[in-house]
Design a protein around this ligand. Structure first.
Ligand code: GTP
Length: 348
């Protein structure tokens, strides 16, 4: 699993928390992938990590409970998406094909069917693809009638197809010899186009279920809401869905998912989809609408939080209005503060 990126598009949250640890519906993002892998009885997972590698030991416990042996493949400096895979060579056993996952996608891809497709096609690499309306911000894939990949173009100006790279691959181990060791190499920009040129067999497996690239603030928000709304069929997401929330103090007109030790004041109004993390306090008469509140956040009375994400340990005093914002960890807003994103950020 590739986790060595900088996560720049998810700043400010990735400044203090690596992407894999960010909460999606109150559980670390990585848990959705581990849950999927355990569904398909994958028992060995290698995390290809660059900054803060040892931090990822935290996931050994979760993995064990899912029947997964976890290994850390640390990069002293980021080696890129192909370099990270090459660097994990030493952990791979035998000549069996292996899966590679981008760490910032959430999907319920059928891995058994994908592996069957890979074997039937006798592919060197199979890439899971999804169809989207606007493909220009992704790796665009052009296939022939047998789903053999003819072109792979990363973020083209004028896309030739609506099929995009979903960030899940099956790779034959001998392909790793094509990636130089110890160098920064991109699988999307260098390795895939080069292998196609060399006549290697790259095939596209079309995934039609749930898929979200969670690498931007907009998509991160959408994935959180999708999960609370039950749009993905993953075991622990289904469990979360089954837990119904009730509090006499909250007027609930939508869906609310809460962590542990959350305290609501009287007459809190919740509408749309709202997620509140562990240890938060929401003051009386506050309105939460389509909001994600991370852990240990304190929100005073008569506030409005709408279409926003509030980072860990932030303190919002009484009578504040925060709309369409991504607030970093540890901020403090004095009473009557009003914030609204102007909508000019192209990176959202
Ligand atoms: P942005 O800075 O927002 O683009 O984030 P990113 O670099 O994390 O995401 P990108 O979409 O570029 O990368 C796709 C996946 O590859 C993510 O899961 C990254 O963590 C991972 N990745 C990117 N660069 C490296 C790297 O140098 N080494 C490893 N091991 N993984 C990487």
């Amino acid at each position: 699993m590739l986790l060595g990126g900088q996560g720049t598009r998810l700043r400010p949250f990735t400044l203090s928390t690596p992407k894999a640890f960010l909460p999606v519906a109150n559980v670390p993002m990585i848990q959705y992938q581990l849950s999927l892998l355990s569904r398909y009885k994958i028992d060995t997972v290698i995390l290809a990590v660059s900054p803060q590698c040892q931090k990822y030991r935290k996931f050994f416990g979760i993995s064990k409970s899912l029947g997964i042996n976890l290994y850390l493949s640390c990069e002293k400096k980021p080696l890129g998406t192909a370099g990270g895979i090459r660097n994990a060579y030493k952990f791979l056993k035998g000549d069996e094909p292996f899966f590679v996952f981008n760490g910032d996608i959430i999907s319920d891809c059928n891995l058994d069917k994908m592996l069957e497709f890979h074997k039937k096609s006798d592919a060197d690499i199979s890439i899971a693809v999804v169809e989207v309306e606007n493909s220009k911000d992704f790796g665009v894939i052009v296939v022939d009638q047998d789903k053999r990949i003819e072109q792979f173009i990363e973020k083209p100006q004028q896309p030739l197809s609506n099929l995009i790279n979903a960030g899940i691959y099956i790779i034959q181990p001998d392909i790793l010899d094509e990636i130089p060791a110890g160098k920064e190499v991109s699988i999307e920009k260098e390795v895939f186009p080069e292998l196609i040129k060399k006549g290697k067999k790259l095939f596209a497996y079309i995934h039609t279920g749930y898929w979200k690239d969670v690498g931007t603030i907009k998509n991160f928000k959408a994935a959180n809401f999708d999960i609370v709304q039950g749009k993905i069929n993953l075991d622990h997401a289904n469990k979360l869905q089954a837990e119904s929330f009730f509090s006499e103090k909250v007027m609930l007109n939508g869906r609310l998912s809460t962590g542990k030790n959350v305290v609501f004041g009287n007459n809190v109004k919740v509408s749309g989809t709202v997620i509140v993390g562990d240890g938060c306090y929401i003051g009386e008469n506050t309105v939460l609408k389509d909001a994600i509140i991370f852990r240990n956040v304190l929100i005073g009375k008569n506030c409005l939080i709408e279409d926003s994400i509030i980072g860990n340990s932030t303190f919002i005093e009484d009578n504040c209005e925060i709309r369409d914002a991504a607030i970093a960890d540890g901020c403090r807003f004095c009473q009557y503060t009003k914030i609204k994103n102007s909508g000019n950020s192209v990176r959202l």
